[in-house]
Ligand binder design. Structure first.
Ligand code: PEP
Ligand code: MG
Length: 572
């Protein structure tokens, strides 16, 4: 086996550190009856102690990182383990029916989960997910399986895993987690997006890395090229690369307070940052962002154990708007479903969840949930310019329904005496080909567009953005995508509206010259890409980007388009 692997560079940066193997094998519970009741009971009680100790230490860490309120969930989980009735049931299954420890815990957990799930009250329904979390941890201890708590990592490591879920990624502390390398995932998977917002270098889609490394190995990774080396032979070479990367970063920092200008002085392009939580705003401002072009509000829902209330959401949105201090904040309404699940809500089983009940389709159906968010957003708009943006819009009717609902909520709030901002815009994401093709009609009603290329490409090419088996089809530079972008931008401009982009393509160095030529107005990207984008724009005239875009629209293949861009940028 070679010690060199090549994957998909998903978040820039060079790292060298010890591996931390996150190998969460699925739990398999044997049916074998025990012949040693005493030993089984002692395994249960020692596992309960270990799980409790974990949860209390997690609570301490979460308190520091996420605040008292969010940390309380771990205390609640620890208290489930202290429940005498539950412990009594474990014991009697082992004693009376000779169940092995894991089977006894699973049986009792399933019973409690079913009981909570059957209750009418949403609060109690949500407790089923808590029981699952806690008892799975307990069973892992019983079976001597590794239990991962990423938030407790307190030395410099690179995490190696099959995949990282968005909520696992949210636990990572960039002070200690120097990078991550996963078997699956690509540039637009949510793990990649989170990695960029946390500025953690990442390489994904490595297929076999989890199998190739062992405890104690050192890993070196390049988050730009996707190169990974296990126990690097030439550590100096890697350190040199890391220094060069740091030097380029320092150079770019000089552009932080500079205006965004093309070489010929055009100042109409706006560089914006994508954020997943209020704490990411700092990075956007630090990197010279001129607005927040996408606040993915779903992370407020995913990092929680209940649907966040109007008040909880208002506090988060207001925080971002306040910190942006007069600059625009575009907040996307709940984009849940697909790969984004909630621990406290069961989505219906579907064959193709990415094409199913998600995002605006879900919120228009669940106005009770939508209402809390829209009211919170409208109230936050009193503190600065806000754009409310609806995800996954396919039809004009959907957009009109969501817009009317927002206007109705606004009228209610005004009646209640709330102030609503005057700089409020209501726009939509263009991430379904139907919306791009019909952009001109949408632009009569929407204040702005923001193209979600991560989804637009997957739906146009019929290529799952998460699948490393079809990455060859994931082609931002395919002329079919460029034509959809042109329709979208031209459609917006025809009705005097602005067109932005908040998919990952907006921050790709090779895409920026093309997008400038197509006339894209706003570019929203991971904070760490903003300064590079400013530097690229400063090297190009409008005329040369327009010529480039026109030629690209005539190309037949993605490679031909990339070649044109490379030729233009070669001597810049
Ligand atoms: C997109 O689809 O491009 C987008 C920005 O949304 P998300 O990546 O959250 O699906
Ligand atoms: Mg999307």
């Amino acid at each position: 086996m070679s010690n060199k692997l090549s994957g998909i560079g998903a978040s820039n940066g060079i790292s060298i550190a010890k591996v931390y193997i996150l190998d969460e094998q699925p739990i398999v519970i044997s049916e074998t009856k025990t012949t040693d009741v005493e030993s089984e009971l002692s395994i249960i009680s020692s596992s309960i102690e270990k799980a409790k100790a974990d949860l209390l230490s997690l609570q301490g860490i979460a308190k520091e990182k996420l605040g008292e309120e969010k940390a309380a969930i771990f205390e609640a989980h620890a208290s489930i383990l202290e429940d005498p009735a539950m412990a009594e049931e474990f014991t009697s299954l082992v004693k009376e029916q000779n169940y092995n420890a894991a089977k006894a815990i699973k049986e009792v957990a399933d019973k409690y989960m079913a009981m909570f799930e059957a209750m009418d009250d949403d609060y109690f329904k949500e407790r089923a997910a808590d029981i699952k979390d806690v008892t799975e941890r307990l069973i892992r201890y019983v079976l001597n399986m590794p239990v991962a708590d990423l938030a407790t990592i307190n030395e410099e490591v690179i995490i190696v895993a099959e995949d990282l879920t968005p909520s696992q990624t949210a636990q990572l502390n960039p002070k200690f987690v120097k990078g991550f390398a996963c078997n699956i995932g690509g540039r637009t998977s949510h793990a990649a997006i989170m990695a960029r917002s946390l500025e953690i270098p990442a390489v994904l889609g490595l297929k076999t890395i989890l199998h190739d490394v062992k405890e104690g190995d050192i890993l070196a990774l390049n988050g730009e090229t996707g190169d990974v080396e296990i126990n690097p032979t030439d550590k100096n070479e890697w350190e040199k690369l890391a220094n060069e990367f740091a030097k380029e970063k320092d150079e770019l920092k000089k552009l932080k307070d500079q205006p965004t200008l093309t070489k010929d002085g055009f100042d109409g392009f706006v560089l914006e940052g994508n954020i997943g939580s209020p704490k990411d705003v700092e990075a956007v401002l630090e990197n010279g962002g001129e607005a927040v072009g996408l606040f993915r509000s779903e992370f407020l829902y995913m990092d929680n154990d209940h649907f966040p209330t109007e008040e909880e959401q208002f506090v988060s949105y207001k925080k971002v708007v306040d910190e942006m201090n007069g600059k625009l904040t575009v907040i996307r309404t709940l984009d849940i479903g697909g790969d984004k699940k909630l621990s406290y809500f069961s989505f219906p089983e579907e064959m193709n969840p990415f094409l199913g009940y998600r995002a605006i389709r879900f919120t228009l159906d669940r106005k009770d949930i939508f209402k809390d968010q829209i009211r919170a957003l409208l109230r936050a708009s009193a503190f600065g310019p806000v754009g409310i943006m609806f995800p996954m819009i396919a039809t004009v009717d959907e957009f009109l329904a969501a817009k009317q609902f927002t206007l109705d909520c606004k009228a209610d709030l005004e009646k209640e005496g709330h102030k609503i901002g005057t700089d409020l815009e209501i726009g939509m994401m263009v991430e379904i080909p139907a919306a791009a093709v019909n952009a001109e009609n949408f632009a009569k009603h929407a204040d702005f567009f923001s193209v979600g290329t991560n989804d637009l490409i997957q739906y146009t090419m019929a290529a799952d953005r998460m699948s490393e088996n079809v990455t060859y089809l994931y082609q931002p530079y395919n002329p079919s995508i460029l034509k959809l972008l042109k329709m979208t931008i031209d459609g917006a401009h025809k009705h005097g509206k602005w067109a932005g982009m908040c998919g990952e393509m907006a921050g790709e160095p090779d895409a920026i010259p093309l997008l400038m030529g197509l006339g894209l107005d706003a570019y929203s990207m991971s904070a760490t890409s903003i300064l590079k984008a400013r530097s690229i724009m400063s090297k190009l005239t409008l005329k040369e980007t327009q010529e480039l875009a026109n030629k690209a629209l005539e190309c037949e293949t993605s490679d031909q388009v990339i070649k044109l861009v490379k030729e233009l940028m070669e001597n810049k």
